[in-house]
Design a protein around this ligand. Structure first.
Ligand code: CO
Length: 313
């Protein structure tokens, strides 16, 4: 890869979005994501895919400017009304984020796929990377965990309507409020919890920041019914792979069962923000966030100096 001094954040640091300097204090922050349907309702799928795409901009402390659609659809085999509903879901989330969808690209494909390229901006001193976590920081998570297990249960027909409704509500909730509150506080590091799960994304944050983390499993919040589904063996392959991958870096207390470990490693879609900040600012964040957000944020643990294991839980 050729070196470019204008590129502040790229592949190397496993961060959420690319950050490129325009001039002086102005930085573009940009990310792309798309995936296959994880719920049956096309409108909700569109909302979730858009919220997920926007999330990487919020995780960097950025403000979205505009988006482009990425669409794959079996135009011969499925009614066009389904495509319209997917795009409407995306458009409604974009307007909730205060941006327009300025274009996009579609292809004919056997399996539907939807997502967005989102372009945002951030001031240099408001940019939040995953590499700034400091010893004694509190760790906050802004959404419950378990969307991977619920999505798998939906595919296999095991999720009840209440579980589906709550999971959809969580996945389609924008991380906008969290980003706005972060902007007013001195946040040291943040990332959004998605495919690598809580442990995978925390591992990236700790490695990039050269610190370790202690998580209190009892503080983790899960969507309703997730543990029961996991005990029935309804666990996505991605969550098992996540646990395999993080295992050598994580010390699990003996009291945690394999199900507990898998729950903590569950692959998320459009998850919450994982935020590292002083304990005092963590309390300020929770006060403001929890007075309005549909799902409360909560403290899950703290950052420590680097130890043999990168994460203890
Ligand atoms: Co991300």
């Amino acid at each position: 890869m050729p070196k470019d001094d204008r590129v502040l954040v790229s592949f190397e640091s496993a961060d959420d979005a690319a950050v490129v300097r325009l001039d002086g204090n102005r930085f573009i922050v940009q990310s792309v994501d798309f995936f296959t349907p994880i719920v049956d309702d096309p409108y909700q799928f569109g909302q979730i895919a858009a919220a997920n795409s926007l999330s990487d901009i919020y995780a960097m402390g950025g403000t979205p400017l505009f988006a482009l659609n990425i669409v794959a659809f079996p135009i011969q085999d499925l009614p066009k009304t389904i495509l319209s509903k997917i795009l409407q879901g995306g458009a409604d989330k974009a307007s909730e984020a205060g941006i327009t969808i300025a274009g996009g690209h579609s292809i004919d494909d056997k399996e539907p796929k939807y997502g967005m390229v989102v372009t945002g901006e951030v001031e240099k001193d408001k940019l939040i990377k995953n590499s700034g976590a400091q010893i004694e920081d509190a760790l906050i998570l802004t959404k419950p965990l378990g969307t991977g297990i619920i999505s798998t249960a939906i595919k296999q027909g095991y999720a009840d309507q209440n579980q589906i409704d709550i999971a959809v509500k969580s996945m389609s909730t924008l991380n906008k409020t969290a980003a706005e509150i972060m902007n007013d506080l001195d946040v040291h590091a943040a990332t959004d919890v998605t495919g690598f799960g809580l442990l995978g994304h925390l591992l990236e944050m700790c490695k990039a920041s050269n610190v370790s983390a202690e998580i209190n499993f009892k503080n983790l919040d899960f969507l309703p019914g997730v543990r029961e589904l996991a005990e029935k063996g309804i666990i996505p392959g991605g969550s098992k792979r996540n646990l395999d991958f993080v295992n050598e870096y994580v010390h699990f207390q003996n009291s945690l069962s394999e199900i507990d470990q898998l729950l903590a490693a569950d692959a998320q879609t459009s998850g919450g923000l994982l935020i590292s900040l002083s304990n005092e600012n963590a309390d300020k964040f929770l006060d403001i966030f929890n007075s309005t957000a549909p799902f409360p944020a909560y403290k899950i643990g703290l950052i420590t100096k680097k130890t043999d294991y990168i994460i203890s839980i």
